[in-house]
Design a protein around this ligand. Structure first.
Ligand code: SF4
Length: 934
């Protein structure tokens, strides 16, 4: 069904015949925009928040153009509507369907891996070869030897994850690979995923580690509109980024010193008494009583300290009104007394008398080392500027617009812990125009339910919902102080132990060659008291990652399934380390993609996937389901991923039968018959097409109550998008802790602030003290500043990166329209000062190098770049560089060892959440002029 007439466009747009007086160019233009029909479209990949509805115009079976629909209503009264919504990638999306890098047919490698030599084969030949390799892997090493790299491409998640789960394989956690996990948010809030709320109502927006002029194009107008109504906008960034010209203040901080800047502001707020006492006392752990050891390290006073059978999870306040010790509620934070933020009390514990004091007073003393004067030599920011900004942040409705880059530094956890401390002191979350963000996929309960149910239709959902209700009820009875949110989050954490998704860190360590790198002390935090392996071993032996450290070291990975990703471009640490360590172990590398990526080039079998406009789908769900219809038939022999993996299930049954093999043992001890796989994948032959799957997901979501009753794929086809009606059950949705936008204004964490709902942390408060022994040993039990370690070696320049303007990851980089909007090839921003010292002129090739590796790239000289810094935006495919080696060749891919900590309150893995994550900035490098032949 086409987009209905009445949406401001005609069902059919035709070229009028030319009159004698019309010029030929006008006729040509009319012919160019003529179309046969129009469909809804969007771009169902990890473009966040994205979700832009588009019209897609088709003529003679080809997409001729696309246009922003501009029909999304305002979310709250008084807030401008979000339209037009769109960006240059969206406007040029369709040209990729017809690009020269398109994979059109199944192909088999005929030259050495990476040679680029392939031959066209039939679908049956390709699927049989893959099925045989999987059966061989099962026989030789067991199902865990089949690995899929997790990716955020929606169609891939739906199909490939389901397939790999059924065959007992390992799926690496996509948030571990792409590292859009904010460890510091998790440490403080027990969840990392506040959805970007309202930018419009902030009185002060601090853009931190972000360049929204490049990366938040559809929503950038809110910043401009908020300034129009009087808000101030501040940019904290080392370079003069393109966002710079749209702000009131630019704070050019030294690279990697953001925690020192945040702590200096906190010091000003505390020393000048500007903090919001009630907010700090009720929302955070800073009012909880602690006892300091002989080294001054604080530890919470617990009930178990005072009573033999006391709980480890009951903590205490000092009541200001009468100086009495009071048990801090675990179920409601809005207590009817004033928890003190300073003072002390003598307490009799089982080990004798101690003096307890509120954590705030310990923190205040620690902050004294971060005065604006003391931090000036670290951050390069003048004390007057720090004071000005601190006073504004404490007294205005302040919002931090945090970029995903803040997740990708070695000390990202400290970046976020200190940013959140700054917000806490000003009482700046859970209220209109305040807060901080990361990302979440929420509310599409149907996608989760469809992945779990065993029979199609409503009956299947009902069975599952009953089982989920019972499980949630059990969690509630186990601990009656748990709110609905805490029940949902606890359920998600427990599910992780039985799930198919695992943190990728163990895979990298055991199978991809990272062990040596991670053990180099000079590339780690110099404060580390032990070797990396000591922490790694302790984490494993303590059972913190029980069932999650897979594939185990004794299992050799044999089959790698890449679908919707590009592991050789994306992996921090480089293409080379994977080619040298992982590739030789693999008997079969399969890439399912629509285009020839670096990983495809190094694969054994290529399967052509349908592009987004060639299949039905939806964008990452956030507040609305934005639908993308099938506008045209897939090019060549391409198919939607669902159909590819469904066919692969059949091929496994076929090949197993031919080889006289019935079944294989699953990692959990169960047995799966090969000839049952297709039935299980398709729910007994019901879900055989992409349309059926999308319809089922929408129906199940409606049944679960997150979409309007009766919604189905035809509703989506008519409307283009369907606003969600409720949060549903998913932890990421419930964790917004806010009324659903359908019921009121959306601001994450309102329930914590307005109702006193507890946070999913050990102390049930926003938690700034982490007593885990790893953190104490690191001197990071409280937020501190640490200089970034010299990862890459002792080199004079620091290389950093960021999201480029022209692509979502690497997938639009070869789009010929977008190539024309810049120099058409990768480049590194370098300062003229550094270039001159090395005899480099603009557009020269330079070789950027360090102890890890090197790559060659064009130099782009710009005074916007500070001396000492090199920026290479990410997303360029290695194929676009001379020698096919890109910037990840100089990245070590270090993980901060504290990410392995577990067994402490909320330091527990759940899919997409707490885990060790790789880092890529800053890298220490140098560069020199390079000659490139040809
Ligand atoms: S690529 Fe993302 S931001 Fe651009 S139009 Fe598509 S959904 Fe919107």
């Amino acid at each position: 069904m086409a987009v209905p007439v009445g949406h401001g466009i005609k069902e059919k747009g035709t070229a009028k015949p030319a009159s004698n007086t019309q010029r030929a160019s006008e006729d040509r233009y009319r012919a160019k925009i003529a179309y046969d029909y129009v469909r809804w479209g969007t771009h169902c990949v990890d473009c966040y928040p994205g979700s832009c509805p588009y019209y897609v115009f088709v003529k003679d079976g080809r997409i001729v153009w696309e246009e922003v629909a501009g029909r999304v209503p305002s979310r709250s009264p008084g807030e401008p509507d979000p339209n037009p919504m769109g960006c240059q990638k969206g406007a040029a999306w369709s040209s990729q369907l017809y690009g020269p890098d398109r994979i059109l047919y199944p192909m088999r490698r005929v030259g050495p891996r990476g040679s680029g030599k392939f031959e066209r084969i039939s679908w049956d030949e390709a699927l049989n070869a893959i099925a045989d390799a999987i059966i061989d892997a099962h026989q030789e090493q067991g199902p865990e030897s089949v690995v899929r790299e997790g990716t955020p491409e929606m169609a891939a998640v739906q199909a490939a994850d389901r397939f790999v789960g059924l065959i007992g394989g390992v799926i690496t956690d996509l948030n571990g690979s792409i590292n859009d996990f904010a460890p510091g948010h998790h440490l403080v809030f027990g969840k990392f995923y506040p959805i970007p709320g309202n930018l419009f109502d902030a009185e002060l927006t601090i853009i931190w580690h972000s360049n929204p002029a490049y990366t938040v194009i559809p929503f950038f107008h809110y910043l401009v509109e908020s300034r129009y109504r009087g808000s101030e906008v501040v940019l904290v960034s080392p370079d003069v980024s393109p966002t710079h010209s749209h702000v009131d203040f630019h704070i050019p901080v030294e690279v990697g010193t953001d925690p020192a800047l945040a702590l200096a502001m906190c010091q000003v707020i505390v020393s000048e008494g500007l903090y919001d006492e009630r907010f700090v006392a009720t929302q955070t752990d800073l009012s909880l009583l602690v006892v300091c050891d002989k080294d001054g390290v604080p530890r919470y006073l617990r009930q178990s300290d005072m009573y033999k059978d006391g709980s480890d999870e009951v903590f205490y306040h000092l009541r200001s009104e009468d100086g009495e010790l009071v048990e801090a509620s675990r179920s409601n934070l809005l207590v009817d007394y004033r928890p003190a933020l300073d003072g002390e009390i003598k307490v009799r514990t089982l080990d004798g008398p101690v003096v307890a004091t509120p954590l705030f007073s310990v923190l205040s003393r620690r902050l004294e080392q971060y005065t604006p004067e003391a931090t000036r030599s670290i951050t390069g920011v003048h004390p007057d500027v720090v004071r000005m900004l601190a006073r504004k942040a404490a007294t205005k409705r302040t919002r931090i617009l945090m970029g995903m880059g803040a997740n990708k530094a070695y000390h990202s956890d400290l970046y976020q812990r200190t940013m959140n401390l700054l917000l806490a002191l000003g009482g700046n979350w859970g209220k209109k125009g305040t807060g901080i963000n990361c990302w979440a996929a929420s509310q599409l309960d149907g996608a989760l339910l469809m992945g779990m149910k065993t029979r199609v239709g409503q009956m299947g959902v009902e069975e599952l919902l009953r089982a989920l209700d019972a499980a949630e009820e059990a969690l509630r009875s186990e601990d009656p102080t748990r709110s609905d949110e805490l029940v949902a989050i606890e359920f998600w954490r427990r599910m992780a132990r039985t799930g198919r998704m695992v943190p990728p860190a163990f895979f990298w360590y055991w199978h991809c060659g990272y062990r040596d790198r991670w053990n180099r002390p000079e590339w780690n935090d110099p404060a580390m008291k032990r070797a990396f392996d000591d922490y790694f071993k302790e984490a494993l032996e303590s059972g913190w990652w029980e069932g999650l450290a897979r594939p185990r070291p004794e299992i050799q990975p044999r089959v790698l399934i890449e679908c919707g990703g590009n592991i050789l471009r994306r992996t921090r640490g480089g293409r080379r380390i994977l080619l040298e360590n992982l590739w030789p172990k693999l008997r079969m590398i399969v890439t399912v993609d629509f285009r020839m990526s670096a990983t495809a080039r190094h694969s054994d079998i290529l399967l052509p996937a349908a592009q987004h406009y060639e299949k039905t789908g939806y964008h990452i769900p956030i507040l609305s389901l934005v639908f993308s219809d099938k506008s045209v038939e897939p090019a060549g022999e391409a198919k939607p991923e669902w159909e590819i993996f469904s066919e692969l299930c059949k091929a496994l049954g076929r090949r197993a039968r031919a080889r006289g093999i019935d079944s294989f043992e699953l990692p959990n001890g169960g047995v799966m018959r090969y000839d049952e796989l297709w039935n299980r994948f398709t729910l007994d032959g019901h879900l055989t097409t992409q349309d059926r799957v999308i319809d089922e997901v929408i129906r199940d979501s409606a049944y679960a109550g997150t979409l309007p009753a009766g919604s189905d794929i035809e509703t989506a086809r008519r409307q283009g998008y369907i606003p969600f009606t409720g949060w549903g059950r998913m932890a990421m949705a419930k964790g917004q802790a806010s009324p659903h936008p359908a019921e009121g204004e959306f601001v994450p964490f309102r329930f914590h602030v307005e109702r006193g709902d507890p946070y999913p942390t050990l102390t049930r408060r926003a938690q700034f003290l982490i007593e885990h022994p790893f953190f104490v040993e690191a001197g990071e039990e409280l937020p501190v500043h640490k200089q970034p370690p010299k990862v890459g070696g002792d080199y004079p320049l620091r290389m950093t990166t960021g999201h480029n303007r022209w692509s979502i990851h690497s997938m639009n980089m070869a789009n010929h329209w977008l190539l024309q909007t810049h120099r058409g090839e990768p480049f590194a921003w370098v300062s003229p000062h550094d270039a001159e010292k090395r005899g480099v002129r603009d557009h020269d090739y330079i070789r950027i190098f360090n102890d890890i590796g090197s790559f060659v790239v064009r130099a782009r000289l710009s005074p916007a770049q500070r001396p000492g810094l090199v920026t290479v935006y990410n997303g360029w495919d290695p194929l676009m560089f001379p020698g096919w080696e890109g910037p990840n060749e100089v990245e070590a891919g270090m993980v901060k060892y504290l990410g392995f900590a577990g067994g402490y309150g909320h330091l527990v893995y759940a899919p997409l959440e707490w885990q060790p994550v790789p880092t890529d900035r800053p890298m220490f490098v140098d560069f020199e002029r390079a000659e490139v032949a040809g």
